[in-house]
Design a protein around this ligand. Structure first.
Ligand code: PEP
Ligand code: MN
Length: 266
């Protein structure tokens, strides 16, 4: 069902006023984790200033170590909802348990399924029953075929509103956190009718590579980008090394606007 052979025209995923997959290239930005109302609001304010509409923030964090910050959980989703209402933004957050999918619908506009859960089939089936769009990230070591099959689980359970997100795969290379598989974008665009995003933060893990990676993604036809931004990355509770601060974010957005990034202010 995700195949172009089944449906030739592009699927447009409607997220409030944004028609994702309509040919405009959008940016989803926000902190790795929702840490407090104030921290998230600072980022939301900056998105507004740039005419950006899509805010991300993790509430249920799938951390590699059980001793690391696990996120604010439901309280984090409540903060996102409050910010969405106050700033008129669409909010995106990861859900890790099938039991929380229905709950999340009351708080977020897009439900994210993270790399570590790309083959959590019960979660995928539950997401397939949701009325909310799903942003599905490629697994850490998933082939493109496995990635497409994961999307197939969601669509075959009834939800066609899926955004695919390339976020780098694990290779022997250690210069970057993961290896951005840039050709996955045109391959997924050819093979499926779904919008394809590129997460430049988790794929590179390096602030100095966010811009070139974003330009590459846009050049190969990505429908959008994801990037992390935090008011004070040095004290962030997760992903300190790779989140942009607000000044770096301003620069990132202005460069990409010249490269064709869509905002409500260009
Ligand atoms: C995230 O986007 O917050 C995240 C944890 O990314 P990934 O699942 O791609 O590692
Ligand atoms: Mn992160």
């Amino acid at each position: 069902l995700v195949s172009r052979r089944k449906k030739a025209e592009d699927t447009i995923v409607q997220v409030n006023k944004d028609s994702i997959g309509d040919g405009k290239q959008r940016l989803i930005a926000g902190p790795c984790s929702v840490e407090s109302y104030e921290q998230t609001a600072k980022v939301a304010e900056r998105l507004k200033e740039h005419g950006l509409t899509l805010l991300r923030g993790g509430a249920f964090k799938p951390r590699t170590s059980p001793y690391d910050f696990q996120g604010l959980g439901l309280d984090g989703l409540k903060i996102l909802k409050r910010i969405a209402d106050e700033y008129q933004l669409s909010v995106i957050s990861e859900i890790v348990s099938p039991n929380d999918i229905e709950t999340a619908e009351a708080y977020v506009d897009v439900i994210q399924i993270g790399a570590r859960n790309m083959q959590n089939f019960e979660l995928l089936k539950e997401a397939g029953q949701s009325r909310k769009p799903i942003l599905l990230k490629r697994g850490l070591a998933a082939t493109i075929e496995e990635f497409m099959n994961a999307a197939e689980y969601i669509i075959s359970s009834g939800n066609e509103n899926i955004i695919l997100c390339e976020r780098g795969i694990r290779t022997y290379e250690r210069a970057t956190r993961n290896t951005l598989d840039i050709t996955a974008v045109p391959i997924l665009k050819q093979e499926t009718h779904l919008p394809v995003f590129v997460d430049v933060t988790h794929s590179t893990g390096r602030r100095d590579l966010l811009q070139p990676a974003a330009k590459a993604a846009m050049a190969v036809g990505a429908d959008g980008l994801m990037a992390e931004v935090h008011p004070d990355p040095a004290v962030a509770l997760s992903d300190q090394a790779q989140q942009m601060d607000l000044e770096q974010f301003d620069h990132f957005v202005s460069i990409l606007k010249n490269f064709g990034l869509h905002t409500n202010k260009n």
